[in-house]
Write a protein that binds this ligand. Sequence first.
Ligand code: MLT
Length: 267
Amino acid sequence: MRAKVNGIQMAYTDEGEGACLLLVHGFPLSRGVWSKQVEAFKESYRVIAPDLRGFGETAATASPSPMSRFAEDLHALVRHLEAGPAILVGHSMGGYVALAFAKAHPEAVRALALVSTKAGPDAPEVADARRALAKQVRAEGTSVVIHAMAPKMLSGANSDKAMAAAVRSFMTPTKPEGVIRALNGMAERPDGRPWLAGLEMPVLVIAGLEDTLIPPSESQAMAKAIHGAQLRLIPEAGHLVAFEQAEAFNAALWEWPERKNGFKNAS
Ligand code: MLT
């Protein structure tokens, strides 16, 4: 499906009925990473999974892509679809976006799940490396990023070739301009750690124990800093935990005590 929101034509999946589960993919991925959650949750929820600006089937634009712009795109989409407030689930870069969304529009977030992500900004050398990579993508295309990122999405012990191919397929539709703008956007993102104590919606933090891109210690630190946050660390899972260990990931979402309580603490 497509909708014109916030000046862009946004591609998204929208299945099921009920409270909105908004699934936000990471970098340099696209909404296909959530296929196993769409299938599992569409019987009970309205599951919306967009392609962020410049990713998957959503076109890139000439303007920069700070995390706040992605967040405004999502906010506009949920309003357009009359679907909010959302149970917002953000993976990795999608977690940076989800945090920016929750900071800007807390009333539009019923509950928040932060997956394989972190709240702190890039160290200066990491930000420099991202800007250098953005230049390389401009010269050589997205294959440099796919080559660097794809092998790090799953746990080291995972030899499932079909799963590895699927991961690459989630990256290939993403446009060079989208990758470049997101790399620069991530390099410039603000420190979200001071926001954590102020989050008033229920929060679930999930990570794969074998994640080498964003180590689970980041999730532990985030969960500690958020009042009442639940933490679930999933074994035999790398960075793309929701895809690699979908059953355990879905169970963590499903068994979230706040979900069972109907997110009664949400505003
Ligand atoms: C992601 O998966 O979205 C990226 O690993 C995030 C990042 O590079 O910081």
